[in-house]
Design a protein around this ligand. Structure first.
Ligand code: KG4
Ligand code: ZN
Length: 338
């Protein structure tokens, strides 16, 4: 406690961002330090798990010190320690979990292991102080694509998920195919603005009529086939057109399914989360679709969409309030259902 406020310190290390945050009363960000390894992994065209773990290990203490200093608090002032315990890269997760357990043990503080996706959804509580469950949530990240009905802070029902690639994975793979490199999502976002989204007709995979599931693996093959056919015919490809057309095909599916889920459950509030939720075309098109149907759309600022520890701290706070504590046997888990 400091100045009568309950302090949560949280750690996120599930992929290639080492992040530590300090929150006051669960929803006020005092600090949210994010050390990105993007430049290191760019030369390999994607995240190399072993390298990610090593950098987390090198960075975690400095990032923690920075987060405490920026929040102007000491470790002794912290009331709760939250950490992403899964899903994610196992070696990367282990660094965060081991660090959180060490702090909890050394300072005798309560510990909460957080599901990464619950963290992403919770980013919206930080962005919108008035937001409370229930609402419909759309989680779009590098590892996940889910439509989730959030009924309470710690209760939810997964209505739909990807059957193969996650949406961010599709962005990253397509970016590689058209020579944009890693990380693909932001690069496609940028170049698509200069392209024609109707230039090439890529298939919109909607699956069964009532399904809220997704499938994105086919579109990568669609783009690959298009590029190869053009090359074999000796024709140049217009990268901006391919990026814009790919993006439009994916976003048509995402917007349609989100609207279907909201209508089916008569939900007038839709929350977006995850790295792909920072996509500018998606934000614009989802806002338009929501406005047409009288649905209020919630989307965090881009820095709270991509991986960060503040969102994990917020989720940890509500789990703590519900008595969902972890002990020192907490383990990192690479794959775990919500
Ligand atoms: O949520 P996140 O930071 O990490 C995971 O939990 O996976 O999401 C990372 C993903 C990557 O696939 C990245 O390419 C994508 O989010 N991404 C974007 C944008 N910014 C990040 N995709 C599309 N447009 C963006 N602006
Ligand atoms: Zn994430």
């Amino acid at each position: 406690m400091k100045d009568g406020k309950f302090l949560t310190m949280a750690i996120e290390s599930s992929c290639d961002e080492t992040s530590v945050a300090v929150l006051a009363d669960g929803r006020e960000i005092l600090s949210n330090v994010i050390s990105s390894q993007i430049e290191i992994h760019t030369q390999f065209g994607g995240v190399v798990p072993e390298i990610a773990s090593r950098h987390h290990l090198n960075n975690i203490n400095a990032v923690t010190e920075q987060a405490l200093a920026q929040a102007n608090v000491k470790l002794d002032d912290i009331d709760l320690i939250g950490v992403t315990s899964g899903p994610g890269l196992i070696g990367a997760l282990l660094i965060g979990v081991a660090t959180a357990k060490a702090f909890a043990l050394a300072k005798n503080k309560p510990l909460v292991g957080v599901h990464h996706i619950q963290g992403h959804i919770s980013a919206n509580y930080l962005q919108y102080p008035e937001l409370e469950p229930p609402f419909m949530a759309l989680v779009l990240s590098g590892g996940h694509t889910n439509i989730i009905r959030v009924t309470d802070y710690n209760k939810c029902e997964v209505l739909g998920q990807t059957r193969d690639d996650a949406i961010g994975e599709a962005y990253d793979k397509v970016a590689r195919v058209i020579g944009l490199g890693y990380p693909g999502g932001p690069k496609i976002d940028r170049i698509a603005k200069e392209g024609n989204p109707n230039a090439i007709e890529f298939k919109r995979v909607m699956l069964e009529k009532d399904s809220l599931d997704f499938s994105f693996s086919g579109i990568k093959t669609g783009v690959l086939n298009y590029v190869n056919t053009q090359r074999q015919a000796g024709k140049a490809i217009n990268v901006a057109d391919v990026a814009a057309s790919f993006q439009q095909a994916v976003l048509d599916v995402v917007v349609t399914k989100a609207m279907k889920a909201a209508a089916r459950h008569n939900e007038k509030r839709l929350v977006m989360a995850g790295g792909v939720a920072s996509n500018s075309a998606l934000r614009k098109q989802m806002a338009a679709a929501c406005e047409k149907r009288g649905i209020k759309l919630y989307v965090p600022d881009p820095v709270l969409c991509t991986d960060n520890a503040a969102m994990i701290g917020c989720a940890a706070y509500y789990m703590y309030k519900a008595g969902e504590l972890s002990d020192l046997s907490l383990d990192a888990v690479a794959s775990v259902p919500l």
